[in-house]
Design a protein around this ligand. Structure first.
Ligand SMILES: C[S@@+](CC[C@H](N)C(=O)[O-])C[C@H]1O[C@@H](n2cnc3c(N)ncnc32)[C@H](O)[C@@H]1O
Length: 202
């Protein structure tokens, strides 16, 4: 897998080296507990966290799921994840590279989407949807946090539910009612809400 600058919205590697990472919550995302409580992340499940950065959710998912995959363009972020997993004596498959170009050996049960879709340039969103559909088994879940943002530009780029319905069409994805999407304000991004919900791959 390659890293070409035009496929990245910013120099993520440098941001990790500079410790300039305002998207990090500094605490575990409360949505993760909901995914665990609902059984979408747990024994028997394979779960991928694309664009994982240094999020602590990787180790928690590795503790609960049977097979965890975490991927990022940044080797610094993946090295950090490797150390965390080692400290906690946990196992996960770690991948450095452009994850949109990757395909799994066997289909996966769930994708944990946390501030990755909103980080990639919107022109790559079609590739993102194709990757999610290719990775997941039928009935597999996209455990999604959709970043809500009115201003133009990014990252983060806004992921309105209207745009997400267009990106993840009903012919390929089963949507829950929009009213079930719970808002989680992001503590370091001006309290911008992330809307959380499960999409099922057909
Ligand atoms: C806003 S950060 C979010 C990191 C993490 N999910 C979190 O919640 O802290 C976006 C991450 O996506 C990674 N990234 C961006 N484009 C990528 C790509 N095409 N393949 C893999 N990782 C990518 C960046 O390196 C960065 O770590």
């Amino acid at each position: 897998m390659s890293e070409t600058p035009e496929r990245s919205a910013m120099d993520w590697e440098q941001r990790f080296r500079d410790d300039d990472t305002p998207w990090e919550r500094g605490q575990t995302h409360p949505f993760l507990q909901h995914c665990i409580d609902s059984g979408e992340i747990g024994p028997g499940k394979s779960v991928i966290i694309p664009g994982c950065g240094r999020c602590p959710e990787v180790a928690i998912i590795a503790r609960h799921a049977t097979h965890t995959i975490a991927a990022d363009l940044s080797e610094t972020a993946i090295a950090w994840q490797g150390k965390q997993l080692q400290l906690e004596r946990l196992d996960a498959e770690l991948i450095v590279g452009d994850i949109l170009e990757w395909r799994p050996e066997a289909p996966i049960d769930a994708v944990y989407e946390q501030t990755f879709l909103c980080a990639i340039p919107p022109r790559l969103r079609i590739e993102y949807e194709q990757a999610m559909h290719a990775w997941l088994k039928p009935g597999g879940k996209l455990l999604a946090l959709f970043m809500q943002k009115e201003e133009r530009g990014g990252p983060p780029y806004g992921c309105s539910l209207e745009a997400m319905h267009e990106l993840f069409p009903e012919e390929r994805w089963i949507w829950p009612p929009d009213s079930t999407f719970a808002p989680y304000p992001h503590p370091h991004l001006n309290d911008k809400a992330e809307l959380a919900g499960f999409l099922t791959r057909r």
